[in-house]
Design a protein around this ligand. Structure first.
Ligand code: MD3
Ligand code: FE
Length: 203
């Protein structure tokens, strides 16, 4: 089932369920080429979420700032290619949400272990905000914070569960958003973790 909870935001419940094993296997391959790592923000904080990327561009941060790169700074090799399954599923969901012709060039993969969180932020490192962001959730459920256009606007809460796909664009593209600390738990396919894949047209 699909739920449109704002003009530019659609949540497809359980959309990935039949593909979950294949996606998890593909993430294992990516982790072998470009292992998950805890990045350090420009302010010097080690992020509690660990990250890697696939696709033509990968998102990263260090003491110098946030940016997209064509190579993994840990290996100096290109990021692993984006599996076709990922781009097809992301493109289909975007199309159904009203964004036809979506061709993401970046897929950021976030791994949350219990206690990991993502503070309220905007996604502003992309060239063109007319393209939506598509996100896949796998593993343990997490509470998503859906804020306004100023950091101090009180966010609504929404549970993101295994298999969910969220498409976020148009007038909602620059909303503040985040993830509350992941509760303890054990997921049958994923163990004690949540993985989020976030697709973007960054370049
Ligand atoms: C709303 N990831 O990687 S996904 C991120 O679950 C990020 O790991 C979260 O925020 C996660 O930047 C949330 C849902 C999401 C992603 C991007 C958005 C919602 C968004 C961009 C604009 C507005
Ligand atoms: Fe974000």
């Amino acid at each position: 089932s699909a739920e449109r909870f704002s003009e530019g935001a659609v949540l497809f419940h359980g959309r990935l369920n039949e593909y979950a094993e294949a996606i998890i296997e593909a993430i294992r391959d990516i982790d072998r080429e470009a292992p998950f790592r805890h990045l350090v923000t420009p302010g010097g904080h080690r992020m509690s979420v660990s990250m890697t990327s696939c696709g033509d561009l990968g998102w990263m941060t260090d003491r110098k700032g946030y940016r997209y790169t064509e190579t993994d700074p840990d290996s100096d090799r290109p990021w692993p290619p984006m599996p076709e399954l990922f781009s097809e599923l992301a493109g289909e969901a975007a199309e159904e949400a009203g964004f036809p012709g979506y061709r993401p060039d970046a897929c950021l993969i976030n791994r949350y272990r219990p206690g990991a969180k993502l503070s309220l932020h905007q996604d502003k490192d992309e060239q063109d905000y007319s393209h939506p962001v598509v996100s896949f959730s796998l593993g343990l459920p997490a509470t998503f914070l859906w804020g306004g256009f100023r950091r101090k606007d009180k966010p609504d809460r929404l549970l993101l569960e295994h298999g969910d796909v969220l498409v976020w664009g148009g007038p909602d593209r620059l909303r503040y958003h985040g993830i509350l600390p992941l509760p303890e738990g054990e997921h049958p396919l994923m163990g004690a973790q949540r993985i989020n894949l976030t697709f973007r047209k960054a370049g």
